[in-house]
Design a protein around this ligand. Structure first.
Ligand SMILES: Nc1ncnc2c1ncn2[C@@H]1O[C@H](COP(=O)(O)OP(=O)(O)O)[C@@H](O)[C@H]1O
Ligand SMILES: [Mg+2]
Length: 263
């Protein structure tokens, strides 16, 4: 077993089971095992992982979130950080790789938006913490999304919860509001970051991040990161310059990508 990461909440280890399958084991940092809120986050993540299927998300394998030292076991997601997609002089197939990644990202969000919640109510899951540390580019060039410790069912309504500064919309950062558009906005910032080769909102100072977000103009971001009108339109739909609803916006993004791939 090898430690891969020590985040604020958990420690993640990679391991291999007796059949040779690669696993990721996530446990609370020992210092947090008596922290009720943190335990709750891990058991929430375990419950949510059970509802996820498809190759964009780690498959649930097992675990125990009620025992003294709670942990969960999931499928290991192979991949590279999104910075491997950043444009560079050596990269000839940037557009192809970018569109492949963006297309799979739309597909992944659509899957989340269509997962029925375990209790009656509106359909859909909000990840609520999509940021470059929680996604990878899989070996097939498509997105991999993990860390569902902040995820919420749509029916749970708005919740004041953490996300990651620089990838949250104003409504999430200022008012703790979550909705299906929360993940679209984060996806928009990530695609813009890939096009630009650096984060759109930067810095560590909370006030500065808040100001950058408050003044964020999707038109300006889109023009700053790309000259391609079709890419700009994709960013407009994601960063919300459209009167359409969230599901329709995602469909528009998907249509734009399909048109570009077919060209
Ligand atoms: N299923 C997985 N497959 C591969 N790497 C993973 C997996 N789960 C987590 N990781 C790695 O561990 C890191 C931390 O995991 P994460 O679930 O984001 O923990 P935290 O809640 O502490 O942020 C991730 O950035 C990623 O590099
Ligand atoms: Mg994380």
């Amino acid at each position: 077993m090898r430690m891969i990461s020590r985040g604020s909440l958990g420690e993640v280890y990679s391991a291999v089971d007796s059949s040779g399958r690669s696993l990721a084991i996530k446990r609370l940092r020992p210092i947090l095992i008596y922290d009720r809120e943190e335990r709750e986050k891990l058991s929430r993540e375990a419950k949510i992982l059970r509802h996820l299927s498809g190759h964009y998300f780690p498959q649930w394998i097992g675990g125990d979130t009620e025992c003294e030292e709670p942990y969960l076991v999931m499928e290991w997601l192979e991949g590279q950080p999104i910075s491997t997609l950043f444009p560079s002089a050596q990269k000839q197939n940037f557009d192809q790789a970018f569109l492949k990644f963006a297309d799979s990202f739309v597909d992944a969000l659509k899957i989340l938006q269509n997962i029925p919640s375990p209790e009656p109510g509106p359909v859909g899951l909000i990840h609520a913490d999509i940021n470059p540390k929680n996604i990878l580019v899989g070996t097939d060039g498509g997105v991999r999304i993990f860390d569902f410790s902040h995820a919420r069912w749509v029916r749970e309504g708005e919740q004041s919860l953490g996300g990651t500064r620089g990838y949250m919309g104003l409504d999430q950062m200022a008012h703790g509001k979550l909705h299906l558009g929360t993940d679209l906005f984060a996806m928009g910032l990530i695609l813009a970051e890939i096009l630009q080769g650096s984060p759109i909102i930067s810095g560590k100072n909370l006030f500065s991040i808040f100001l950058q977000l408050k003044e964020l103009d999707p038109h300006q971001v889109a023009q700053q990161v790309t000259h391609k009108q079709s890419y700009q339109e994709i960013l407009h739909y994601l960063l919300d310059l459209s009167p359409l609803g969230v599901r329709e916006r995602l469909n528009e993004v998907e249509n734009r990508i399909k048109d570009l791939v077919e060209k």
